[in-house]
Design a protein around this ligand. Sequence first.
Ligand code: MN9
Length: 288
Amino acid sequence: MKGLFSALLVSFDKDGSINEKGLREIVRYNIDVCKVDGLYVGGSTGENFMLSTEEKKEVFRIARDEAKDSVKLIAQVGSINLKEALDLAKYATDLGYNAISAVTPFYYKFDFEEIKNYYNTIVNSVDNKMIIYSIPFLTGVNLSVDQFRELFENEKIIGIKFTAGDFYLLERVRKAFPDKLIYSGFDEMLLPAVALGVDGAIGSTYNLNGVRARQIFDLVKEGRLKEANEVQSLTNDFISDVIDNGLYNTLKLILQEKGVDAGYCRAPFKHHTEKQIERSKEIASKYF
Ligand code: MN9
């Protein structure tokens, strides 16, 4: 389960329905062109928290059917509707997903005991492993090393998707849990995360930039930091341009340039504009 995972984008039609053909093309592009080791399905990048339960299942089913056994698959099943999370965990496990993941429960200020019960309830309900999805800037939930330790008392909880810029915490977590899987979640900080010894990375920009990300990973591992930094710097020029033009819309528009029917974002996100299309063409030709 180590390696580079794309946080899978989902193609939506203009009316917000899932575009199955487009989603299959995104999966193919990730596997065939970006050469990722796996897909993280149903995460933030998949606009998952705006989908119905049936739609979340549809995305899991299509991604699994298109990827077959060619790459590793992680299903993000987290929801503050715990019954939905259990339903999704079972569904993804039955489909053959290699692991499940759940975002820390958000919106309400759940205390740690509640968070711990949430993870144990989800993972103990299935014959599968759990990766904690920690993304404090969107959830407001900051877990400490001691809290991760308590969660890891359950052996079925095997790792963390660490989407934060707190490198002190990342180092502490790496050292405290050498046998757990730690994935870097911010693509723009891949180099320092690999330097600190993460096992892999999960991110949105790997839907396009997977090849450069792998170079960064390999160069750091080989101790070739100057070269790694050059690739990270170019990558960050790309990421800055994409964020500046609207993250998910622009990733989709660049895929569109590559012949992938990546479609629209889902409301409440806005549809892309003519101006974003023009700018995406420039970004595409600059970096790919
Ligand atoms: O899954 C992604 N996070 C979100 C991780 O989309 C919220 C990242 O890959 C970022 O999109 C990326 C750009 O900031 O690092």
